[in-house]
Write a protein that binds this ligand. Structure first.
Ligand code: XMP
Length: 330
């Protein structure tokens, strides 16, 4: 696609002139398509003055760290440092139920980890990195900061995406956002030109605040909620892959409601969490339709979750489009 090739050439030129010939740049890889494409693009522009970091924030999906690190190392050859900061994130999230607070805390901790990483690089290279790469897309920009003249004020802002809003004012790094004018399908085309494997480019989106926003109105550190959600989500998404539906669906995931509901398992009364299954089709995440699964698929997933995930006794299905619902539950 010649247009995407133009965007690529233009961005590489911009980054080269912005960063100059001896500044260093850091990039946080989330394991998603956006940050990976952004990093690969910047890597093309400035080579080994780019330093990537993958942060385990304790809010990742089942085996996510192992899976993405192996992709970065074996397939993409991007130099990535993995930092385990899960205790740091989870201790800050303890007792927090408010969705915007969770997003702000996660955003703030990310920046703190990046600052530490930058400091570490300064010791190693003798030069403090000045820039931070983010995979912000156009829909993130308009949802967080409505364009002037759109008639929306900031109070209409739907939610603060951690990679757009909520950055601490004392942040010392300047932002590079090479995907800021692109939609998701354009980012995938760009990734393809950059030789990122198709299987990776087709990964469903996953929000920066991770599983923190998939236990709505809940303290994610309470009990074993995160682990229960991870297991249910893995069974569900793996079933979607096995059924050959992964590429048809734009995004699918499980949500855990942090309430106790009564059930009966064996001949015991149980109290467990309800798990919501969600799957949507979409062009760009701005609007979405719920996906219509066959009855047998849903029945199998429901049985497998209830039989294998201790702490779940109820599986529900979301049948709401966007609008009126957003993709994430908070
Ligand atoms: P919503 O919930 O706004 O989601 O309808 C639209 C798309 O954006 C993803 N999303 C996020 N991504 N940080 C991110 O990086 C966030 O805070 C965030 N919130 C939502 C969501 O998964 C969907 O693909």
């Amino acid at each position: 696609d010649w247009k995407i090739q133009d965007v690529l050439d233009e961005e590489i030129k911009n980054i080269k002139s912005m960063v100059g010939t001896d500044e260093h740049v850091i990039c946080a890889l989330s394991g998603g398509v956006d940050s990976t494409v952004a990093a690969t693009l910047v890597h093309n522009a400035i080579g080994d003055r780019l330093h990537c970091v993958f942060v385990d924030n304790g809010l990742l999906r089942y085996k996510e760290k192992e899976r993405v690190m192996s992709t970065f190392n074996s397939d993409l050859h991007l130099p990535v440092t993995c930092i385990d900061a899960s205790e740091q994130f989870l201790s800050k999230l303890k007792g927090v139920k408010d969705p915007e607070m969770k997003r702000k805390i996660v955003g703030k901790e990310f920046i703190a980890v990046f600052d530490e990483f930058a400091h570490m690089l300064e010791q190693q290279t003798g030069k403090r990195p000045e820039y931070l790469v983010q995979g912000t897309l156009y829909p993130d920009v308009i949802e967080s900061c409505p364009p002037p003249g759109s008639g929306m004020t900031h109070s209409h802002t739907i939610k603060s995406h951690h990679n757009v809003g909520g950055l601490p004012e004392d942040m010392k790094l300047k932002l590079i956002e090479p995907l800021k004018l692109l939609f998701k399908d354009e980012v995938r085309k760009l990734g393809s030109i950059l030789n990122i494997p198709e299987s990776f480019l087709k990964r469903h989106p996953f929000p920066g605040p991770g599983l923190a926003v998939r236990i709505p109105s809940g303290d994610v550190t309470e009990g074993n909620a995160l682990e229960v959600l991870r297991q249910a989500d893995e069974i569900y998404v793996q079933a979607i892959r096995d059924a050959g539906l992964y590429d048809t669906i734009w995004q699918a995931f499980a949500v855990l409601l942090p309430v106790e509901t009564v059930g009966v398992q064996g001949d015991q009364r149980t109290y467990g969490y309800p798990v919501i299954l969600k799957a949507i089709t979409s062009e760009d995440g701005m609007t979405a339709d719920w996906y219509y699964f066959e009855r047998k698929f849903l029945a199998d997933v429901s049985n497998r979750i209830c039989n294998n995930v201790r702490g779940v006794n109820r599986v529900c299905l979301e049948i709401t489009s966007k609008p009126p619902a957003t993709v994430e539950w908070e």
